[in-house]
Design a protein around this ligand. Structure first.
Ligand code: HEM
Length: 408
């Protein structure tokens, strides 16, 4: 490798929040994929870490959970080490087998395709009503007017959470997901306050459901299960936060990402409007390109070689899904929102292997229904200026997105 390239790569830290706020991360990952797909960053606010940037290497790491651990005991699933906070979020996404498998089995039935299908009709009704209520030719924030209300309503339905209190869910979810505040003690204390408030509210409902006969919502299923009916405080907080963050921020940012892509690729949106059967691929393409969770982290529990690099026991690795989803060897013209892309569903936004997202089908359905209902209304949504992006290498999305909508 030429020495100037080596120097440039040596100092590269792709975990910096401003890269995501300014949407300037893509060329850095392109360089890493081309020059050094498994790359060591020796200094960042999260400490040293490896970047895994190509599709096959990410799949390889996720395929060896016995070597690359997800466990909170080793620091967990994000670059920020979970041991460094009082809210460690001992969720089953941050556990290895066998405990992970036991808990996953409890939650999985509530998110099975047959259950998701039951949610489809009310979801379509809610989406249609919301789209019909939008102002026309007047600027509004798509994030708070469309993405947040739709995803919050879905999560409240899944938990059978008190409907009139549902506005609290995105606030808790946003705070639980803020991992990039890292070592800032004041922000960490504020985060802990919100997370403990969330835990107390959910514990009250959980205990009520446990005392009542079982029913089909997620909380009742957990309360009556052997694996999750009697969790310690950190595990309880983790389980709730996982389902909240998992279902909220991710789907919300896909719904906002959709508008970004429609504006960048108007020819593709025209195709979807002309043929609504393209809504399915438009939904998976949106999830691929948005990559609502930029990275998951693993920790090596043994010395191991990966694509020519020596990883040491205890090293942490960031699996950059946002980069793997643009790997040209798998997705030609990878940065294009291509609503006819044949292998769009191979994307890594839902991860891979034993931890692959349990809510994938639900997320796809929500997005697909939104697209179909927009098509029915022949809707165009135009960005009014640049959207405000979140300064995070974990939650990849938008604070605010001013738009004008028109229908016919
Ligand atoms: C576009 C939306 C979504 C994206 C991009 C997403 C992404 C992810 C990712 C990256 C993982 C970790 C995969 C891995 O480590 O290999 C995950 C796991 C998980 N997701 Fe999602 N998710 C989404 C929606 C949802 C929804 C709607 C729910 C449920 C309400 C959900 C629940 C979960 C759960 C429970 C896990 C843990 C699975 C395990 O550890 O076995 N997700 N998701």
């Amino acid at each position: 490798m030429a020495s100037h390239i080596a120097d440039e790569l040596a100092g590269m830290d792709v975990s910096r929040g401003e890269l995501y706020e300014q949407n300037s991360w893509k060329p850095l990952f392109e360089k890493l994929r081309a020059e050094e797909p498994v790359h060591y960053c020796s200094d960042s606010i999260f400490g040293p870490y490896w970047s895994i940037t190509c599709y096959d290497d990410i799949v390889s790491v996720e395929g060896q959970p016995e070597v690359f651990s997800s466990s909170w005991e080793h620091g967990g699933i994000v670059l920020f080490d979970m041991q460094d906070t009082n809210v460690q979020l001992r969720m089953f996404i941050a556990m290895d087998n066998p405990e992970h498998a036991e808990k996953r089995k409890t939650v999985a039935p509530a998110l099975a395709p047959s259950e998701i299908q039951k949610l489809a009709a009310p979801l379509r009704k809610r989406t249609a009503e919301l789209l019909d209520s939008l102002p026309e030719n007047e600027a509004f924030d798509w994030t708070s007017t469309v993405s947040i209300p739709l995803t919050t309503a879905m999560i409240a339905t899944l938990f059978d959470f008190p409907w009139e209190e549902r506005h609290k869910l995105p606030v808790w979810s946003d705070w639980a997901a803020k991992i990039d505040i890292g070592p800032n003690p004041e922000l960490n204390a504020e985060r802990e306050g919100h997370v403990f408030e969330m835990a107390a509210a959910f514990k009250k409902i959980f205990d009520e459901r446990k005392a009542a006969p079982p029913k089909g919502d997620l909380l009742s299923m957990m309360a009556h299960s052997e694996a999750m009916g009697d969790m310690d405080e950190q595990r309880f907080i983790g389980a709730i936060a996982l389902l909240l963050v998992g279902g909220n921020d991710t789907t919300r940012n896909s719904m906002s990402g959709l508008i970004d892509f429609i504006n960048r690729h108007p020819d593709q949106w025209k195709m979807v409007k002309a043929d609504s059967t393209l809504a399915t691929t438009a939904a998976t393409e949106t999830i691929r390109l948005q990559t609502p969770i930029c990275h998951m982290r693993r920790t090596a529990v043994a010395d191991v070689e990966l694509n020519g690099k020596q990883i040491k026991k205890g090293d942490k690795l960031a699996l950059w899904y946002n980069s793997g989803n643009r790997d040209e060897t798998v997705f030609p013209d990878g940065d294009k929102w291509d609503v006819t892309r044949e292998n769009s569903r191979r994307h890594l936004s839902f991860g891979y292997g034993i931890h692959r997202c349990l809510g994938a089908r639900l997320a796809e359905l929500q997005l697909q229904v939104l697209i179909e209902e927009m098509v029915k209304r022949n809707m165009d949504v135009k960005l009014e200026g640049a959207p405000e992006r979140i300064p995070s290498c974990f939650t990849h999305g938008f604070h605010k997105m001013l738009v004008k909508a028109s229908k016919s």
